[in-house]
Design a protein around this ligand. Sequence first.
Ligand code: HEM
Length: 123
Amino acid sequence: MSTATTTSLYDRLGRHEGITRITRTLIANHLANPLVNARYGASDMDKVEQRVVEFFCAGAGGPETYTGKDMLGTHKGMNINEQEFVTVVDDAMAALETHSIDPATRNEVLAILWSLKGGVVRV
Ligand code: HEM
């Protein structure tokens, strides 16, 4: 029997299809969120979605290759603050809940996102 601790993160998130659904909800959450939506006003959101799916899949242990820039290269010069970072992480947690991802798996994603803070905030 497989459990949350023996199944890969990629599998628990629903592999490519599940991660694509989660990413679409995440981006919809950002665009509906007045704390961050203006940040995405000038972006090609289809491209951002594609890159975020790749990033998420590769980071969860999937076979996808991430073709975007690294976190520092992506966010450098945006002067993103701590509140915006927490907002984006909250939107991600809400997207995982929307897709019924279990709490232990949500915490695992939370820890990974938090570990990326240094390449995103005030860079
Ligand atoms: C751990 C948190 C975050 C992760 C993992 C993350 C990840 C990413 C990824 C993978 C991309 C696509 C990069 C590419 O196309 O090469 C991206 C783009 C972007 N991110 Fe983040 N991000 C995070 C936090 C934030 C925050 C807090 C903001 C500001 C509110 C932000 C604003 C943006 C914007 C505006 C773009 C689009 C840039 C463009 O148009 O090319 N991100 N992010």
